[in-house]
Design a protein around this ligand. Structure first.
Ligand code: I3P
Length: 405
């Protein structure tokens, strides 16, 4: 562990070395750095291995593994940890807020459900910084959304676009902060639309080995003989494979990640494809809160569908790779549209309805096909107590409670 902390301190120093002194709030840089390192160390738990079954019960408190400094696991951890720390330190430099006030708490509670890892970090107590990819028009999309009254309240609030050390960020509302205790919420990220890639991918012939490897990891029998020889595939091939393998192609949405009320974060939904698979996943996700959460969610999704149908933003933009974020706790249910990194305006004069089948060039994305099917599945779910597994859930809960007492 000592080696790890030394490495961490080194990374913290690297992360701020070029920053402007004005960000240190008059405190001596060396003193602040030591305090930052101590805070960051106490904020991050040692990473645990991903649980394989969906929604497995959280593991018992881990006795920290002790990988040797030479092991791959150790190096991977240092690298990932280093990146996160650097992003966090950058964030501090941008906000110039005293770290002790909020960062420790915020990072402890922090969970990035999906998207490119390390790309979203807490900014202020109620906002997030989201790192922007090159040529990404998310800030522009949010600005247009802000002007569209139909979408008011259905997306995070947009605040700002900023640049730091040649990197671009947008500042948006942290929706979890609407809940009494963000750590005690259940969260699900659902990628909406029948098309998850940009039309530009159709003509992109670049072959990627990483996407070939990801495809084989999902289904070893998928590659053609030629692909196997080449060991690489285009992004279009991979994205369409993912659409077919999951519920995207058939239902116009797919579950990307979820965290149950008292569970850990799960991302193992790549093969959740049929209506039955999705319904089972929802039953698992809602637990014994199903009747209440389902009812409120249906109402909210119906309002959201109406909003999309009347939205000038949606009429003039393709919305690709965007998600619906569902959050609930024991009191409240929330549901929003998030992630507009791949949303762009279509040529003037064209209007999209988000239900027409996509053909290259028509910009349709199937967003409303996804909401229609999502609503249908939720409406068809049995009330809590009327599904055979409900009894099992109750029994497990009772047993768990008895174990605690
Ligand atoms: C990734 C996912 C991302 C996509 C990424 C894919 O696949 O579809 O949405 O990023 O492309 O690899 P998976 O979910 O199986 O990990 P974009 O949305 O930015 O296209 P990338 O590898 O080019 O980043």
């Amino acid at each position: 562990m000592t080696v790890l902390f030394e490495k961490l301190a080194e990374l913290v120093l690297m992360g701020v070395a070029e920053d402007d002194d004005e960000y240190y709030c008059g405190e001596q840089k060396g003193v602040l750095l030591k305090r930052m390192a101590a805070n960051i160390i106490s904020c991050f738990p040692y990473p645990t291995r991903p649980a394989s079954p969906q929604f497995a019960a959280p593991p018992p408190p881990p006795s920290p593994p002790k990988p040797s400094p030479e092991s791959c696991e150790h190096r991977a951890f240092c690298n990932a940890f280093g990146k996160l720390v650097q992003v966090s330190v950058e964030t501090m430099a941008i906000t110039a807020l005293p770290m002790d006030v909020w960062l420790k708490e915020r990072l402890k509670k922090w969970v990035q459900l999906s998207g490119h890892e390390g790309s979203i970090v807490p900014a202020t107590p109620h906002t997030l910084y989201k790192k922007q990819c090159a040529n990404c028009g998310e800030g522009r999309a949010y600005k247009n959304i802000s002007k569209d009254v139909a979408l008011n309240g259905f997306t995070p609030k947009y605040y700002n676009e900023l640049k730091k050390n040649e990197e671009h960020f947008i500042e948006i509302e942290d929706l979890l902060q609407q809940f009494a205790d963000p750590t005690k919420t259940a969260i699900m990220d659902i990628k909406v639309g029948t098309r998850t890639f940009l039309e530009s991918e159709v003509s992109n012939t670049k072959k990627r080995t990483d996407l070939y490897d990801k495809m084989v990891a999902i289904d070893n029998d998928e590659p053609t003989e030629e692909e196997r020889k080449c060991g690489a595939i285009t992004k279009l091939r991979y994205m369409q494979f993912r659409e077919r393998e999951s519920s995207t192609a058939q239902l116009g949405f797919r579950i990307e990640a979820a965290k149950r009320l008292e569970g850990s974060l799960e991302k193992n939904f790549k093969k959740v494809r049929t209506v039955e698979d999705v319904a089972t996943t929802f039953i698992d996700f809602f637990g014994d809160q199903r009747s209440r959460v389902r009812r409120q969610l249906i109402e909210r999704l119906k309002d959201m569908r109406k909003a999309v149908e009347h939205s000038s933003f949606f009429a003039s933009h393709e919305v690709v790779g965007s998600s619906i974020l569902i959050v609930y706790d024991t009191e409240k249910v929330g549901c929003w549209m998030i992630d507009f990194a791949k949303s762009s305006q279509v040529p003037a004069g064209r209007s999209l309805n988000h239900r027409t089948t996509w053909v290259p060039g028509n910009n349709e994305d199937g967003y409303l096909i996804g909401i229609d099917n999502l609503l249908k599945i939720l409406e068809d779910l049995p009330e809590y107590g009327q599904h055979p597994d409900d009894q099992l859930m109750v029994t497990e809960e009772v047993i768990a409670r008895m174990r605690k007492t």
